[in-house]
Design a protein around this ligand. Structure first.
Ligand code: SAM
Length: 277
């Protein structure tokens, strides 16, 4: 195994005091990082997009697993540490300085000008992580180029992603994550695992693409869930009043219009979206 300085020493040597503004909470435990890097399965020779490598804790675990990593980091203070890491794994690491929200990930991960599949792993600040998650799961084109998403979230957000109808946490994020993907809570991570520790607990969600149900428009499903969960305590007959044809579709499908959005399962939302065309 390639011998590397402990991450704590890398942080000290490069003076990488955690920046609150950039949502920096670093993971230093190499065993934990190796377990996270193993969540997508065997990554040997696989292309991996890592967003927010920071000082490179998860990056080194991915490189050790044999992955070819493209890492996007917007804090340029981290670049020398990442360059040093790249030297220990020749040809395996490409670092891009930038804001992951502004970059085209499919284009970045293309090989020899051809679109190529890749895995995504990331430990990001809450707001950036959720925005990217929604972006990766949206759009009409399916399956996506990403083969799996392994993402650290605030525990409440992770629970919203994997929630089922009837759960308090069930809402738009659950429908988005589950209607054409499989999403599971893969690991809970205690706040004390981070340096500095954040105020909240975290959890890692693992998502893989599934078959897209036929005849369903992603935009229509989005519109439907936006209306339904926009007024989640109201009955469907009230919350879906503004979506043309929705109440007729409920009747045709035998879905009681006095129900509330939080009781409507993902397959039921899919059926209504299909009926609306
Ligand atoms: N991956 C490292 C780890 O697990 O220890 C660092 C995690 S830290 C929570 C989040 C990292 O994402 C920081 O290095 C931060 O600079 C970076 N970051 C924050 N917003 C970003 C963005 N929009 N694009 C790329 N990187 C970002």
């Amino acid at each position: 195994m390639v011998d590397l300085l402990p991450i704590r020493e890398v942080i000290q040597r490069h003076n990488l005091a955690a920046s609150k503004a950039l949502g920096q909470n670093f993971l230093l435990d190499e065993q934990l990082l190796a377990r996270i890097a193993a969540l997508p399965g065997d990554l040997s020779g696989a292309q991996v997009l890592e967003v927010g490598p920071g000082p490179g804790g998860l990056t080194r675990a991915l490189l050790r697993a044999g992955a070819r990593v493209t890492a996007i980091e917007m804090d340029r203070r981290c670049l020398p540490a990442l360059a040093e890491l790249g030297e220990s794994f020749p040809g395996q690491l490409t670092v891009i300085e930038g804001d992951a929200l502004k970059l085209d990930h499919n284009a970045l991960m293309a090989k020899d000008g051809e679109r190529a599949p890749f895995h995504v792993l990331s430990n990001l600040p809450y707001n950036v992580g959720t925005a990217l998650f929604v972006r990766w799961l949206s759009g009409e084109s399916w399956p996506p180029l990403w083969q799996s998403l392994t993402l650290m979230f605030q525990r409440e957000v992770a629970e919203r992603i994997v929630a089922s109808a009837g759960d308090d946490a069930y809402g738009r994020l659950a429908v988005l994550a589950q209607w054409r993907s499989e999403a599971r809570l893969a690991m809970k991570v205690h706040r004390s695992a981070f340096t500095p520790p954040p105020k909240v607990m975290s959890a890692i969600v693992h998502v893989t693409p599934a078959a897209m149900p036929e005849g369903v428009s992603a935009r229509m499903l989005e519109r439907l869930t936006e209306a339904a969960f926009g007024q989640r305590r109201k009955m469907l007959r009230q919350s879906l009043k503004g979506v043309p044809g929705a109440l007729e579709a409920l009747a045709a499908l035998g879905i009681d219009e006095t129900r509330r959005a939080e009781t409507v399962s993902v397959p039921e939302f899919v059926a209504v979206a299909r009926a609306l065309g």
